[in-house]
Design a protein. Structure first.
Length: 581
């Protein structure tokens, strides 16, 4: 850096140019330090006891069968913690940024660090023995908690089932969302609405646009950057929001200096800068989807819109349809690998996004005032949100029902449709590679990538399935499932949908607990279940008869007049085995 400063001083440049050179030198010098700090966060301490002040990195979240889960930062390293009992109650009252004096044990990962843990900078797991509250953190975290609490108070004017949706739409807080509603949004290709994404940053800037009129360039840029940073604090610096915030901040500064840049260049600069600062962002799925969608919009939305030929009466659909197609093309390779391609996503986004945008903008504007004035004024202020979220939820429900009623592998037809749009755009574009060979190489290349990343159907033979760790069996058209207390209903529904299962012949509750029955409810709401079995007495669940078994009882389940499975109850716990002759 000293050499660069000496060079800048030696060169006969004006003072403004010298300041720019020094600023660039400072940034370049700081990048390796920040990157090294990010990578060192994965290096764990040796297993042992610890007593120190820890800060909550995420909001406490209740997990099925795992108590309350949270990520703590202890002595510069992050650990995943699952707490229960009295400690759980104290941690659950906190929020991101809160600090606690803890005693416990930290331990590194037993093997290689999981990819999802790399993206979260986790060095391992921790067990807490005692905890004592210290404070709510520094003033930015306290301010963020105050705003989120006021918004949550104002959202009480909404129906109970819409409150978690409002938190997801505006702040990306997906806690408390019902599993069946979450599955509807995922099946319809609208899951990006349930969590905060880059588009939320654009809507926040749109909400404050009236305040920026009449201000000078520097004042306008300063206020916009303050709002962007504040929103990043509110959303806990989610990777997609981090990308959008840096990109929006760069765009604001470029406009303030009267040197606007193209969106693609801003995207490249933002992504390169963030990756240099934090290389672990490469493992973040949210960051990758955000970058892919933005790249698709920057590269293809304009050409697609210019080439769309629609009747004059529906010409207003050109811009939203072009944006939806461009974003789908950009994210398609990643979604195929994640098993999340929806055949109705384009239609669902066209129907839902016009309603989602006002919800996000209006929610940012009246969220805090609604929480301050209380009832019944908050109900009146949230009346538009109530109608719009009802519409979005019904669009997701109807589109998801269409996907479930036609359980086929949809990703190939969707790939062909999107590639036809892409090739039509490339064929008529002047700024693209001119040779015909280069254009038509896109089709087999993307098809091969999609085929390599496409999810394979897992044979069901009683093994734990997917991330839900749910044991399942299949015999012909009959499917059986064993639900454990640790089964996450969100992951169980996702696994069932990925296997294109529409009905369950048998559902066995391994152990009758409140957590297990919380998992059964969403499954009964979304699938036809012929037989529901538990250890205990006969009862009903959502209008369905539950067969109760006593200790030592066995129930044989037949398929096409042949004994298939045996359900056994021992010590209040049900087990399932195949009936091999």
């Amino acid at each position: 850096m000293c050499a660069v400063a000496s060079l800048a001083a030696a060169l006969k440049v004006d003072q403004a140019a010298r300041r720019r050179v020094l600023l660039c030198a400072l940034i370049i010098s700081a990048l390796p330090i920040l990157a090294l700090r990010s990578l060192e966060g994965l290096v764990p301490r040796q297993e042992g006891s610890i007593a120190a002040v820890a800060q909550l990195v995420t909001d406490p979240e209740e997990r099925f069968g795992q108590g309350t889960q949270v990520i703590l930062r202890v002595q510069g390293k992050r650990y995943r913690v699952s707490v229960r009992g009295p400690t759980e109650q104290q941690i659950a009252r906190g929020a991101a940024g809160s600090r606690y004096l803890i005693t416990g044990t930290v331990r590194p990962w037993p093997g290689a660090v999981p990819s999802w843990a790399v993206a979260k900078h986790l060095a391992g797991n921790a067990t807490i023995r005692s905890v004592k509250f210290v404070d709510h953190g520094s003033w930015p975290w306290r301010s963020a908690v105050w705003v989120r609490q006021r918004m949550a108070t104002g959202a009480r004017g909404l129906p109970v089932e819409q409150r978690p949706l409002f938190g997801g739409f505006v702040l990306g807080d997906d806690r408390g969302q019902r599993a069946e509603i979450t599955d509807d949004f995922r099946a319809a290709g609208l899951s990006h609405l349930l969590v905060v994404s880059g588009q939320n940053v654009a809507f926040v800037l749109a909400a404050i646009a009236p305040l920026l009129h009449g201000l000078g360039p520097r004042s306008r840029a300063t206020l916009a950057i303050v709002v962007i940073v504040s929103f990043a604090f509110l959303t806990r610096f989610e990777p997609s929001v981090l990308r959008a915030s840096v990109m929006a901040g760069a765009a604001v500064m470029a406009r303030a200096t009267l040197s606007p840049q193209r969106s693609l260049r801003l995207l490249c600069l933002s992504v390169v800068g963030l990756i240099l600062i934090d290389p672990l962002l490469c493992w973040s799925i949210g960051f990758g989807l955000s970058v892919a969608a933005t790249a698709g919009l920057a590269l293809l939305s304009g050409p697609i819109e210019r080439r769309l030929r629609l009747p004059h009466s529906v010409r207003w659909l050109r811009a939203p349809l072009a944006a939806t197609l461009a974003a789908q093309i950009g994210t398609f390779p990643l979604l195929v690998g994640l098993g999340g391609v929806s055949p109705v996503s384009i239609v669902a986004n066209l129907l839902a996004l016009p309603a989602a945008e006002p919800v996000m903008v209006w929610g940012v504007i009246i969220g805090v005032p609604a929480g301050l004035v209380g009832q019944p004024a908050s109900s009146l202020l949230h009346a538009p949100d109530r109608v719009l979220m009802w519409w979005i939820a019904n669009v997701a429900r109807i589109c998801a029902a269409i996907v479930r009623r036609h359980p086929v592998q949809w990703w190939w037809p969707t790939a062909v449709a999107l590639l036809c749009v892409l090739l039509f755009t490339l064929r008529q574009g002047r700024s693209w590679p001119p040779t015909r060979l280069t254009r038509w190489m896109v089709l087999p290349a993307v098809a091969l990538v999609g085929f390599a990343l496409s999810p394979r159907t897992t044979p069901l033979g009683g093994e734990s399935l997917g991330r839900s760790r749910t044991a399942m069996w299949r015999e012909g058209s009959s499917v059986a499932m064993l639900l454990r207390p640790s089964t996450d209903p969100n992951r169980a529904l996702a696994d069932l949908r990925s296997l294109r299962i529409t009905a369950l012949h048998l559902v066995v509750v391994e152990k009758s607990t409140n957590q297990t029955w919380s998992s059964v409810g969403p499954i009964l709401a979304r699938f036809r279940v012929s037989l529901l079995v538990q250890c205990g007495i006969n009862s009903t669940m959502n209008g369905r008869q539950v067969i109760g078994l006593q200790d030592g009882d066995q129930l044989r389940v037949a398929h096409q007049k042949r004994s298939w499975l045996v359900v056994t109850c021992e010590r209040g716990k049900a087990s399932v085995t195949t009936d091999d002759p």
